[in-house]
Design a protein around this ligand. Structure first.
Ligand code: ADE
Length: 260
């Protein structure tokens, strides 16, 4: 997968791209990253990338011209029409993502969907955001990482990229993905490593028993218990979608009553 990040602060995503698992995926040719500094596409002598908003209001907005030039430098064409004269038949290869608090909520399912793309382009906003015409002309997905506002689109883009690239086959083992929180509507079970006793707290006996079936059941019960306690909304939604196997659904029923 090719990932482009358009940003006014390339040092933020650079630090992330250079981390070990991501760097390994780049080294192995699974991912190819390019950082595009939007300021390189500013057209006045002050290299301006922002201006005040029409109609008044607080804050500055990112100018459309440097952004569209930066997008086109990454090979992005407009959503409709494609390049002039192409008649619109050419399929757009890139999916353009704009992280914004007013976007669609990000989720593990959304991450899986994006992980199947050949090329992703992230537009990182600063100030009060970007000119709406950039969204209308180029952006495919406006994505929010949660109901809060960060001061940097770069951090939100890094969150999305991190959740996506690790799902690409070959980046990490498929067993690690199978039992992860959200992969099957349950949060993860608690895990322990050496020493057996830490600050007087002992590792649960069953994990030392070597009894695989008992361990599997204990882990499943812990997952159900935690999900019911911390994310009852996730349990309800997953029950509605019918994602739980019979054994899990029965446990939920039993443990739900225990909580009442
Ligand atoms: N930029 C600022 N806050 C954000 C959020 N919650 N999600 C995505 N992008 C953002």
């Amino acid at each position: 997968m090719k990932i482009h990040v358009l940003t006014l602060f390339p040092e933020i995503p650079r630090a992330f791209f250079e981390n070990s698992i991501m760097a390994k995926a780049v080294e192995r040719g699974i991912i190819d990253c390019s950082l595009i500094n939007i300021r390189d596409f500013a057209f006045d002598k002050h290299k301006s990338c922002d201006d005040s908003t029409y109609g008044g209001g607080a804050g500055m907005l990112m100018l459309p011209e440097p952004l569209s030039a930066a997008l086109e430098s990454a090979g992005v064409t407009r959503k409709e029409g494609n390049p002039a004269g192409s008649g619109g038949e050419i399929k757009r290869r890139q999916r353009v993502v704009f992280p914004t608090p007013s976007g669609k909520p990000f989720s593990q399912a959304y991450a899986y969907e994006l992980s199947r793309e050949e090329e992703l382009v992230f537009v990182c906003g600063r100030y009060e955001g970007i000119d709406q015409r950039i969204i209308d002309l180029y952006v495919d997905d406006e994505i929010s990482i949660g109901d809060y506002v960060t001061s940097s689109g770069e951090l939100a883009a890094a969150v999305i990229i991190d959740a996506v690239y690790r799902l690409i086959p070959g980046v990490i083992s498929s067993e690690s993905l199978d039992e992860e929180s959200f992969s099957d509507g349950l949060l993860e079970y608690p895990q322990y490593t050496r020493p057996e006793i830490f600050r007087g707290e002992k590792v649960p006996e069953v994990l030392l028993s070597g009894h695989h079936e008992k361990i599997r059941l204990w882990r499943l019960r812990k997952r159900v218990e935690k999900t019911l306690r911390v994310r009852p909304d996730l349990v309800e939604a997953s029950l509605k979608k019918g994602v739980y196997p019979e054994e899990t659904a029965a446990l939920i029923e039993e443990m739900k009553n225990g909580l009442d």
